[in-house]
Design a protein around this ligand. Structure first.
Ligand code: PMV
Length: 351
């Protein structure tokens, strides 16, 4: 679909007030999106697992108003910064949601994962808001197929936060045009279109909270720093190749190759962050200690335990459900001590 197909020419019903609600999961990228160009289009294609238990629930109340205004509450506490961000976002999507500036909005949102966990709530948060807007369009009389509604929700979520567009679907999700992935687009995400090997269908994710609290570098800054980055072109080309390879691996079930690419992607993301100008080091000594332990454990036990990282210090441990017993023991006995407060989050990607 093209951008034009998301521009709305509907005439909407008059409705004074209403309420919609949505639930949207967070996601963890295997091939990372890092670098973009305007308006929020990715420099390379990416793929992620949508998490099952880490999600945002949002209730959006709207009321006819002379002037657009947004008030966001996170767990009933007013959020001034988020309110401004969402208001600005709403203004920016008027071409696609023409009624947006005829209402004032009160948004109540809560995450199942702790606020201090460092898990980005922007993906699940914007995903849920975009779904709410599509439901609101429906209440105002716009009729669409379920498929179009989901695609447009993904399109709208992307304009809020790039990786959010992947959160609209379960399982493995691709965002960004890739010639070997039919249907892929820079404008919205799609479910990974090939049959996935059963080993990759029940992947476990334990998130070790090495560092709780706010991220030290926003992804907006990170994407910007890729603009004059000396290794940017090589990175984008490699990401493209890594997605080609990973696509085949996900179909043929080769766990070792999966781990090699996923860990390489995580380390490359941090290599880009460390070699940008200004430079950032987002890993903590404990992040490296965990990686070292994990590599040793894997060598000794021949289990399929792999890690990935977001733009932060926390570690996502990925492993197949069949190996859960041994690996959870290892995490409890040898890795939890590296977390800031003994905290981890247990999640999984289900299809
Ligand atoms: O969607 P953003 O702008 O927060 O960027 C997300 C970037 C990473 O989480 C580091 C990678 C990704 O693909 O999710």
């Amino acid at each position: 679909m093209t951008e034009k197909e998301f521009i709305s020419n509907h005439s909407y019903a008059e409705k004074e007030t209403g309420e919609v609600r949505a639930k949207c999961s967070s996601n963890i990228a295997l091939i990372k999106y890092w670098g973009k160009y305007n308006p929020q289009l990715p420099a390379n294609s990416s793929i992620s697992y949508t998490l099952t238990d880490s999600f945002t629930e949002t209730v959006l109340k709207f009321e006819k108003s002379e002037k657009l205004s947004v008030k966001v509450y996170l767990e009933d506490v007013f959020q001034e910064k988020f309110s401004h961000r969402i208001e600005e976002y709403f203004r920016s999507i008027k071409a696609y949601v023409p009624f947006i500036d005829q209402y004032s909005y009160i948004i109540h949102t809560r995450n199942t994962f702790p606020h201090s966990s460092g898990i980005a709530s922007s993906a699940s948060g914007f995903g849920a808001v975009a779904q709410c807007l599509m439901d609101m369009s429906g209440l105002l009389g716009e009729e669409n197929t379920e498929e179009y509604k989901l695609t447009k929700a993904s399109f709208l979520a992307r304009l809020g936060s790039g990786s959010a567009c992947r959160s609209l679907y379960k399982g493995l999700v691709v965002w960004g045009k890739h010639l070997e992935i039919p249907g892929s687009s820079d404008l919205y995400a799609i479910p990974f279109p090939f049959e996935v090997s059963p080993v990759f269908k029940k992947m476990q994710d334990t998130i070790l909270l090495i560092h709780e609290g706010r991220k030290e570098m926003s992804s907006t800054v990170g994407h910007e720093l890729m603009k004059n980055h000396p290794y940017a072109e090589a990175r984008f080309a490699e990401a493209h190749k890594n997605l080609s390879d990973l696509s085949k691996i996900l179909q043929n079930g080769d766990l070792e190759s999966f781990g090699r690419i996923v860990e390489h992607e995580a380390l490359t993301l941090h290599a880009m962050i460390m070699t940008s100008n200004p430079a950032f080091i987002l890993m903590k000594p404990a992040t490296l200690a965990v990686i070292d332990k994990l590599w040793k454990f894997r060598k000794e036990t021949r289990t399929h335990l792999y890690f990935t990282l977001d733009a932060g210090a926390n570690i996502h441990l990925l492993y197949p459900e069949e190996e859960k017993g041994l690996i959870l023991n290892f995490i409890k006995n040898d890795l939890l001590k590296y977390t800031e407060n003994g905290n981890s989050i247990q999640d999984k990607a289900l299809f």
